[in-house]
Design a protein. Structure first.
Length: 144
């Protein structure tokens, strides 16, 4: 199964979700392919935000090898599930959907809640990590 995590710039939330989901899948022996992308192109080719990297590392997860990329229409063809962090990401990804098959793949990571963007507040990285961790755990429980 292939899962894509999406946020705005692909430097804070989606790299954390990517790393957390990979870590959990590995721990459970699940054959999942995880990646992440952004709806904006400001950071394409860069690594995750240093605060996301630090927060992940403090929880035993290494996301330093991730490279930021832009969400593309072909992601609908490749991924089975596309999880977005907030309603703006949801709107942006759905605006690229070509049909109902594309649309049904896209969901908010936390179902009916958003994962707030911690970019402008260093103190939010830890709470955001735990929100994403909870969402990833629920997804794995649902998929297994």
């Amino acid at each position: 199964m292939k899962i894509l995590m999406v946020c705005l710039g692909n430097i804070c939330r989606s790299p954390l979700a990517h790393g957390i989901m990979e870590y959990m899948a590995r721990e459970q022996g699940l054959d999942l392919e995880i990646d992440s992308a952004g709806t904006g192109d400001w950071h394409v080719g860069e690594g995750p935000d240093r605060r996301s990297t630090r927060t992940a590392r403090e929880h035993g997860i290494d996301i330093t090898n991730q490279v930021c990329r832009l969400f593309r229409v072909s992601d609908f063809d490749y991924y089975d599930h596309i999880f977005v962090m907030d309603n703006n990401n949801l709107r942006d990804v759905l605006s690229l959907a070509r049909n109902e098959d594309d649309r049904i793949k896209v969901k908010l990571l936390l179902r009916d809640k958003i994962v707030p963007d911690p970019y402008f507040d260093d103190a939010q990285f830890e709470p955001v990590f735990h929100m994403i961790e909870k969402g990833c755990r629920e997804i794995i429980e649902e998929l297994v």
